[in-house]
Design a protein around this ligand. Structure first.
Ligand code: ZN
Ligand code: ZN
Ligand code: ZN
Length: 308
């Protein structure tokens, strides 16, 4: 049988069993998808299979721990992919021209739903009023009372993506740490991050230290200390809350407060196209960015034609 979630995206990826919570067939690490993502994993505490949508709920209700600790492999994949996606948007050569593409939306959404702050906290703050930046996906879990939240382009403003970048760096560091402690080392074949940088991110989980700019710079395709400095400052932002419920509230406040802020991919006057991805892991997506930009140009052209 194919993984239920992969099948929904028209991927045929063999499942490794069903989620103990919702009964959906799920794929697990080591990932068989080219993007390195898996829709579920064995819980490190009780060895039951759980899908990514239910990881936070399972960890809290059954073990009173965070999903980061119970599912470090999937957590690491989520953190790493979201870090690359948010990093490319924030620290690309021409950030305002770079569109958020559907791979990046998926990577950042996977992190928010599965790990930090997780679906239960998000649903508490967001479920009353869908906006243009997010909606409910009823089909997803039609057989349960739960909703799944889908994020859309207007959600991904600069402030929000900076927050996601910080959450992603925490997640990658924490899962790297917990994974190794539990003998469940995350799969590093999918990452472009130097192991020393992962070790520093892991060390930061329990110690308030700055990352080394030199290491961050080594993660970039070309050494760039100015950009590395921006990244270190973003990751060190202390005003980002640590508890899932407070993170969800921050997301809600940011979503409501930034309605005038431009989002990544909003049609832009100086849209020149062809922006290159910055992070090595994200290079495969630059073609996708160009496609998204072409789509937007086409949409703009149509609007102009209608106005004329
Ligand atoms: Zn899957
Ligand atoms: Zn499930
Ligand atoms: Zn468990």
């Amino acid at each position: 049988m194919s993984c239920w979630y992969c099948h929904r995206q028209e991927w045929d990826i063999p499942d490794m069993g069903t989620c103990t919570f919702c009964g959906k067939a799920i794929c697990t690490p080591p990932p068989r998808r080219p993007d390195g993502w898996a829709h579920g994993d064995e819980c490190s505490q009780c060895e039951k299979l759980v899908c990514y949508v239910h990881m936070c709920r399972h960890s809290e209700e059954n073990h009173e721990i965070e999903a980061l600790q119970a599912f470090p492999k999937v957590g690491f994949a989520a953190g790493e992919a979201a870090l690359a996606a948010a990093g490319s948007l924030l620290y690309g050569p021409h950030p305002p021209e770079l569109s958020v593409n559907h791979h990046q939306i998926e990577a950042m959404s996977n992190l928010l739903i599965s790990m930090l702050p997780g679906l239960p906290s998000l649903a508490k703050v967001l479920s009353d009023r869908p906006t243009e930046s997010w909606s409910r996906d009823h089909n997803m879990l039609a057989d349960t009372e739960e909703i799944l939240i889908q994020f859309h382009r207007p959600f991904f403003t600069r402030t929000m993506v900076t927050g996601i970048f910080v959450l992603a760096s925490r997640t990658a560091g924490a899962c790297w740490l917990y994974g190794r402690r539990q003998g469940r080392q995350p799969d590093v074949r999918i990452t472009s991050m130097p192991e020393e940088l992962l070790n520093e991110l892991a060390f930061r989980v329990n110690h308030d230290v700055e990352l080394s700019e030199e290491l961050v710079s080594s993660w970039l395709p070309r050494p760039d200390y100015d950009r590395a400095r921006d990244i270190v400052v973003a990751i060190s932002r202390l005003e980002m809350p640590t508890e899932p419920e407070q993170i969800a509230e921050w997301i809600d406040r940011t979503d409501r407060g930034t309605f005038k802020e431009q989002y990544f991919g909003q049609p832009h006057r100086s849209d020149k196209g062809g922006a290159a991805a910055v992070f090595r892991v994200d290079q495969s997506q630059s073609a996708d960015n160009r496609a998204a930009e072409a789509e937007e140009k086409e949409a703009q052209g149509t609007e102009e034609a209608i106005e004329a």
